[in-house]
Ligand binder design. Sequence first.
Ligand SMILES: [Zn+2]
Length: 125
Amino acid sequence: MPVELVQLFIILLKFYPVEEKLQIKKRIEEEIASTLVLVEKYRELSKPIAPENAIGRVSRMDAINNKSVNESALQKAELKLNNLKVALTRIDDADFGLCVRCKNPIPIGRILLMPQAITCVNCAR
Ligand SMILES: [Zn+2]
């Protein structure tokens, strides 16, 4: 193998070995699956509320309060789902796992914990 090619491989391997990438991919897919379940659940809970005369005034007010809590949870879950899908499409990119701000590699532990993370811990602060 030419020296340049070997060097290129070393640079690539130094980053995320294939095995780790597969691990990350699996983790992202699992996370997508569980987030989808959450999105479904919150969507169900954010459905329009029955009229007052059907469920009573107090329980309707409760329902409205819960609805807004569930709606913001839904938004968060949908955002996370989106980020995860983006992470999955980016996993084979050369710059996957690089912090978008400081360009340093994001530790594998962070990627596995938060596959949607695009910054290192320092830059996320
Ligand atoms: Zn950074």
